[in-house]
Design a protein around this ligand. Structure first.
Ligand code: 9D3
Length: 242
């Protein structure tokens, strides 16, 4: 898998190469990450990447030409077939299924904006899709780009230590995770639930399923209401629901 990020802050995005699961995948050569800085494609002494908006108003807009040159450099590295995505608050709200869909390609170019946004003509000429990561205001597209790259990398076969980890994830099954406990058995007087200590694996599985379903009902009614519960699942949570 190959990623290119167009960004004014390449060191920030490249920090993923040194950390955790993403770092391991990149150092091992399973994933390649390139950055292209529009500032490197400016003709003037001040290396200007932004300018005032036509029509007036607050803030600055990223200039189309340096962005276009940066995307061109990205495509030289990734190939012209790479999908180009602009991260913006106006984008389509992404979720796990969109991340899985994006995995079908073998490369992705992500445009991280700063300031108020980018010149619309750059979007019209170079961008295939516009994505948002949620309804909250950030100061740029770098964190969203890193969120997307992180979410994709952990789906690559062999990246997570235990292949069950990716399958068990919240959302891949539409259910939130059950609570986790580790040693010691007592923390500040709070005991680990007894069923987890007894070694009855059928009972443990039932308890976890029950906890996961109750959590989902309480915290994410939207997810819970779109679940297709088996008769067995219904019985597990029947007493809680009444
Ligand atoms: C004042 C109007 N703002 C639009 C809601 C301006 C504005 C805010 C934040 C313009 C750009 C940004 C920077 N945000 C992103 O680049 C961004 C983002 C986000 O803020 N939230 C969720 N997903 C994303 S993807 C890119």
């Amino acid at each position: 898998m190959k990623f290119s990020v167009v960004t004014l802050f390449p060191e920030f995005v490249e920090s993923m190469q040194h950390i955790g699961v993403t770092g391991k995948a990149m150092q091992g050569g399973l994933v390649e990450l390139f950055t292209c800085n529009p500032r490197e494609f400016t003709p003037d002494a001040h290396r200007t990447v932004d300018d005032r908006p036509y029509g007036g108003g607050p803030g600055m807009v990223m200039k189309a030409t340096p962005l276009k040159a940066a995307v061109k450099k990205c495509k030289e590295r990734l190939g012209t077939s790479a999908k180009t995505v602009y991260l913006s608050p106006q984008g389509k709200l992404i979720d796990q299924s969109l991340i899985e869909q994006a995995m079908l390609g073998d490369s992705l170019i992500l445009i991280a904006g700063r300031y108020e946004g980018v010149d619309q003509r750059f979007i019209d000429m170079e961008v295939d899709e516009e994505w948002s990561i949620g309804d909250y205001v950030l100061s740029g597209g770098e964190l969203p780009a890193m969120v997307i790259i992180d979410a994709m990398i952990r789906l690559l076969p062999g990246v997570l230590g235990d292949p069950r980890s990716a399958l068990d994830d919240s959302f891949s099954g539409g259910v939130l995770e059950f609570p986790h406990y580790t040693r010691p058995e007592v923390v500040d007087g709070r005991r680990v639930p007894q069923v987890l200590l007894e070694g009855n694996h059928a009972e443990i599985a039932k308890w976890r399923k029950r906890k996961a379903l109750i959590r989902t009902a309480e915290r994410r009614p939207d997810l819970f209401n779109s679940l297709h519960l088996s008769e067995e699942d219904r019985k597990l949570i029947a007493e809680y629901m009444n």
